[in-house]
Design a protein around this ligand. Structure first.
Ligand code: AMP
Ligand code: ZN
Length: 138
């Protein structure tokens, strides 16, 4: 039998978690291996592996809980900044396959590295071609 989903076990109270907030559709709790104090995870109660299997209503609920908790963490801990992070798939760094948003309080001297800046100087024709591939699915 495959391993039970650890976040589903937290939702049903069969695994422990330090919960910050819960409502009908979502749950927010502290990460057990925090990058910084206040590192929080926000999940849907319903099991969804990643963003690809979530419908709009559930995604909106998780997004709103994430926004709300981000404001509360900002007020309580007054970090220098906050990153939101969410991984879909092993290649993207996902290790728990129940959708979750990370709320990551940041400090000017912390050691976390976020790199979202890539190659310089891609021309517009190349970007247009890529955009067209995506637009065909909109
Ligand atoms: P990701 O790599 O984006 O899938 O993130 C999974 C996160 O879940 C990691 O930051 C883990 O530290 C965290 N995590 C795993 N198990 C637990 C748990 N039982 N309670 C709280 N956080 C957990
Ligand atoms: Zn689950």
């Amino acid at each position: 039998m495959s391993q039970p989903c650890i976040f589903c076990l937290i939702v049903t109270g069969q695994a422990p978690a330090v919960t910050l907030y819960e409502d009908d559709q979502t749950l927010a709790f502290l990460d057990i291996n925090p990058i910084n104090d206040g590192h929080t995870l926000v999940i849907p109660r319903q099991h969804h592996q990643d963003i690809h299997s979530m419908d709009e209503a559930i995604y909106r609920a998780v997004a709103e809980t994430t926004r709300r908790l981000t404001e509360k963490i900002h007020a309580a801990l007054q970090p220098d900044g906050i990153n939101l992070f969410q991984a879909n798939g092993k290649a993207a760094g996902q290790t728990v396959f129940h959708f979750h948003n990370h709320i990551l309080p940041r400090y000017a001297d912390d050691k976390m590295v976020v790199e979202v800046h890539g190659k310089l100087g891609v021309d517009h024709a190349e970007l247009e071609q890529l955009a067209e591939r995506i637009r065909q699915h909109l």
